[in-house]
Design a protein. Structure first.
Length: 534
């Protein structure tokens, strides 16, 4: 449940009762049931205090004695006034009856009025919100609620159909208007001033937030200045010895995309970020995915890989990886995993949601429990099984491969330890705490100027002590994010030892407890792969 903070706009909140009087386009705050003589004068009453009270309003004459008023020698109002320390006080119930006021009650507040003010316009410019009314209003008409990064303003009782200027969400109900400022990048801190019929709300924003999600997992959000530019940066600081980091894919399978929140929820993860690049025409991930030792997508060129071992050690490295499959004594090199590309030897796992491409020049083997269970084309691998397709050019070697033949799938790598989880992406930013010697070549490995543009960046960084930080960097106040060189310099200045980029731009997302903490709190597009934290 989101934590809510309610700001009640009161002058003296410690009083049990507070009242507002709105009359002749003026508003008065009264902290009890009695209006003092200064308020009476502003309302238009004139009076003389002797043994009796003589008071005039318009053409009416009041004569007061022992707390009671007689109006024009005819009508009597009991308990209408009192004298306290030589100051005249008038009972609000008397004013209500005499002036024919209406009353609106909310909580412990009463608002007396002759007619309701109207909200004429709402104007938002940058971080300044101005509310223009037809008359003066009291603070008691406004209620501000901060719900995480959302600001909700309730005004009641109020009338009007205001002109809206700026990016404001607005809702009207009976004698009530609600103003919504949603999905702010930072938590708003409103500062309110009242200028007769104008209310001005200056929105300051907290430039740093921190939350301990669980033991071994801390979230921080900061506005940081680097090279004279401001950036909004979200950090997930992870102790891999205390929490588990896992690759997560769309719940509908490889070849589909999904909101990161749904992916994390389906995998019982408390937080996470987007991961691999992907082909938008097929939704298939690009580069390596290994989960629990099982390969779900094969390696792509010399791009870097984030690796987690079975002892929960973490690495960011460029690695070489071959996928070998033994059919009895026959050895084949797998050219692709869960792909629609062509290749002599291809492997499909049960996570692959697209139809396995059918090729008359291929032989198809169903594999389960490390042995062949059937031969022949099938559209998808059954649960717990895999499908291997091999070009018929090798058919003469496959005559002895039959159901029951033993299968061994081996990942051969120059990485020295068994790999439990792995995600491939890039570019590689930092190695051994320094810039890459071949950084120019590294930037060129990515098409469409990916490394050069200033955009939202999702980054994995590792400290010298082995802590893993998931980082999402965005521009602040609609400015651009970071390019390769700026991100590298920034991360080195923070003391990171290894770092690599993941997919960014519109894919960049960080989710904590089902809440998007970047991108104005919205998911711009679904993704096929993420990194989750349990």
């Amino acid at each position: 449940m989101k934590k809510k903070i309610v700001l009640l706009i009161l002058i003296f909140s410690f009083f049990v009762f507070s009242n507002t009087l709105i009359f002749n386009n003026k508003a008065f705050y009264i902290n009890s049931n009695w209006a003092n003589e200064e308020i009476l004068k502003q309302l238009g009453f004139r009076f003389v205090k002797n043994d009796k009270i003589f008071m005039v309003f318009n053409n009416d004459l009041f004569i007061g004695k022992d707390g009671d008023f007689t109006l024009n020698f005819e009508k009597t109002f009991n308990n209408a006034y009192k004298i306290d320390d030589s100051v005249l006080y008038i009972n609000l119930d008397f004013l209500k009856n005499y002036l024919k006021l209406k009353i609106f009650e909310k909580d412990k507040e009463k608002i007396y009025y002759d007619k309701l003010p109207e909200l004429k316009s709402i104007n938002l410019e940058e971080n300044n919100l101005s509310l223009y009314f037809s008359s003066e209003i009291s603070k008691e008409l406004l209620n501000l609620e901060i719900d995480n990064r959302d600001l909700i303003i309730t005004i009641e009782p109020i009338l009007g159909d205001p002109l809206i200027i700026g990016n404001i969400n607005f809702q009207k109900a009976k004698n009530k208007i609600l103003i919504f400022m949603l999905n702010n990048k930072l938590k708003p801190v409103p500062i309110i001033s009242y200028q007769k019929n104008i209310v001005k709300i200056t929105l300051n924003f907290t430039e740093e937030e921190k939350r301990i999600i669980k033991n071994g997992l801390i979230w921080e959000r900061k506005v940081e200045k680097f090279n004279n530019e401001k950036y909004l940066i979200n950090y997930l600081k992870i102790d891999p010895k205390k929490v588990e980091i896992i690759p997560v894919i769309s719940s509908k399978g490889i070849g589909t995309r999904e909101d990161l929140r749904e992916i994390l929820k389906a995998n019982n993860c408390i937080a996470g970020i987007n991961a691999n690049y992907f082909d938008p025409s097929t939704n298939l991930p690009i580069d390596l995915i290994i989960k629990d030792g099982k390969i779900l997508s094969d390696k792509y060129s010399l791009r870097p890989t984030f690796i987690i071992t079975y002892t929960n050690e973490v690495f960011i490295k460029r690695i070489n990886l071959e996928i070998n499959i033994y059919l009895g004594d026959l050895l084949f090199l797998v050219k692709g995993v869960n792909t629609i590309a062509k290749g002599e030897v291809l492997l499909y796992t049960d996570e692959f949601s697209l139809k396995i491409p059918k090729d008359e020049e291929k032989v198809y083997y169903q594999i389960k429990d490390n042995k062949i269970i059937s031969i022949g084309y099938i559209e998808n691998a059954p649960e717990g099984a895999m499908v291997l397709s091999i070009s018929k050019k090798y058919e003469k070697y496959l005559s002895n491969v039959t159901p029951g033949t033993k299968i061994d799938l081996v990942l051969n790598s120059d990485f020295p330890f068994p790999i439990k989880h792995a995600i491939g992406a890039g570019p590689l930013l930092i190695e051994n705490g320094k810039k890459l010697i071949d950084s120019s070549e590294e930037k060129l490995r990515y098409s469409n100027g990916l490394a050069l543009s200033k955009t939202t960046r999702t980054i994995i960084a590792i400290t010298k002590e082995g802590r893993v930080d998931f980082i999402v960097i965005e521009g602040y106040n609609n400015t651009g994010g970071m390019n390769y060189d700026i991100a590298t310099d920034f991360l080195i200045s923070k003391g990171y030892f290894y770092a690599m980029m993941l997919d960014g731009g519109g894919s960049g997302a960080m989710v904590i407890q089902n809440e998007v903490v970047n991108q104005d709190g919205q998911i711009q597009r679904g993704i096929p792969v993420g990194l989750g934290i349990k």
